[in-house]
Design a protein around this ligand. Structure first.
Ligand code: ACO
Length: 361
């Protein structure tokens, strides 16, 4: 543990990450105690900043066409994926996650020192233990923060967001970082054309804090169906993702559609009230099928699976960051989020995007 007062001046890593000196600080004292005062009444958890980070190494479809019985044409037509990024052999994931968190904090105008709690959602931590979150907290200089990993596969980010909102709204935390960070290349069987082409690495993060908001992060609809666990898994021995693609596809469309409908109902909204639908980016056909069933028009879909492939729990924050860059997300936008993954686990929720400036000190 590191005393913030001993941290050195910020340094910049090879990836351009600004680290506030935690790595070289002398561990002399416990982190200072965090305030757990309840929030003033009327404050709601909201999203105030977003950040994204991708590995340098790009793997296009031709990479697989050169090695397997597949083609760029098949991959684009059946999945919508054109390219993806993979970490280099032996490259750790934590600095990528930290880069996304630093960007999200800068976007929110908050400092790492203000972060009470770091949630990293991942199925691919750098080590079995400790998890990724404590290392991310160290790298960004969140000296007083608590930190935990959440594993809910591709739905992990929504589970993490739900937990962050609950912590903020009960006054147990004021500022929470939620970061989806994945290195699915580590779980990819590069000999299996049915799965090799699907996965990518990346990290995306949001800052959750309290504001005087109309909607903020509304309650999420979360679910799981453990009876279907054998349709999509990676086990300890094999450590490769295995799945029944068609069945996963069918369940993904049904559960994301159902959960989004329930989330809209719970928020008293109709589909016409949505400005954007951000679904887990596994396959553009899955996203379009769910949107068709919900009645969401194509121009209100966030799609970046073409550029990053399936990045599991990183996919929703990466898609949010991309949508904002593309001008699809304005402050106050009403956004439906939906995800589905191994377990099966799924979730959906309605959030307002950067609804107001952060108001709670
Ligand atoms: N190139 C060429 N042909 C291929 C490839 C490939 N890369 N992969 C499969 N095929 C073949 C199959 O062998 C099959 O051939 P056959 O008809 O001779 O048997 C044919 O294409 C059709 O196969 P399907 O599996 O029916 O193809 P489908 O249209 O369903 O697409 C896909 C497959 C892309 C995997 C799709 O089912 C899918 O996206 N499923 C969901 C994946 C998903 O959401 N995963 C998320 C979980 S990841 C996580 O939780 C971490």
């Amino acid at each position: 543990m590191i005393d913030a007062a001993t941290a050195t001046e910020p340094t910049t890593t090879a990836r351009g990450l600004r680290i506030t000196g935690a790595a070289t600080a002398t561990p002399t004292a416990l982190p200072r105690a965090r305030s757990r005062r309840p929030l003033p009444r009327g404050l709601t958890a909201g999203l105030f900043g977003v950040g994204a980070a991708l590995p340098e190494r790009e793997i296009d479809n031709q990479h697989f066409a050169d090695r397997l019985d597949t083609s760029d044409e098949w991959i684009v037509r059946r999945t919508g994926i054109r390219t993806r990024r993979w970490l280099a052999e032996g490259e750790p994931l934590a600095p990528l996650a930290a880069e996304a968190c630093v960007a999200a904090l800068a976007d929110a105008g908050r400092s790492a020192d203000e972060v009470d709690h770091v949630i990293v959602t991942t199925i691919t931590p750098d080590r079995v233990t400790p998890g990724l979150a404590p290392e991310v907290a160290r790298l960004i200089g969140a000296h007083g923060a608590s930190a935990v990993d959440v594993n809910a596969a591709c739905a992990g980010f929504l589970y993490g967001l739900d937990q962050a909102a609950a912590l903020v709204e009960t006054g147990r935390a004021r500022v929470v970082l939620v970061c989806g960070a994945e290195a699915l290349s580590r779980l990819t069987d590069t000999e299996d054309r049915g799965t090799a082409v699907l996965f990518g690495d990346g990290a995306g993060a949001v800052v959750v804090a309290a504001g005087e908001l109309d909607r903020g992060v509304a309650r999420f609809v979360l679910g799981c169906d453990p009876e279907q666990g054998d349709l999509l898994y990676a086990d300890n021995e094999d450590r490769k993702l295995r799945m029944e693609g068609r069945e996963v596809y069918r369940h993904a469309v049904a559960r994301m559609t159902e959960a989004t409908t329930q989330a809209l109902e719970a928020s008293g909204l109709g589909v016409d009230d949505l400005d954007l639908f951000v679904a887990h980016q596994a396959n553009s056909r899955i996203i379009e099928s769910a949107a068709n069933e919900l009645g969401v028009p194509h121009e209100k879909l966030a799609i970046n699976v073409d550029r990053v492939a399936n990045t599991s729990s990183a996919s929703i924050p990466l898609a949010l960051a991309q949508a904002e860059r593309d001008g699809l997300l304005q402050p106050g936008a009403t956004v439906a989020l939906a995800a589905f993954g191994a377990g099966f686990v799924w979730g959906a929720g309605i959030v307002s995007w950067k609804e107001r400036q952060y108001v709670c000190a």
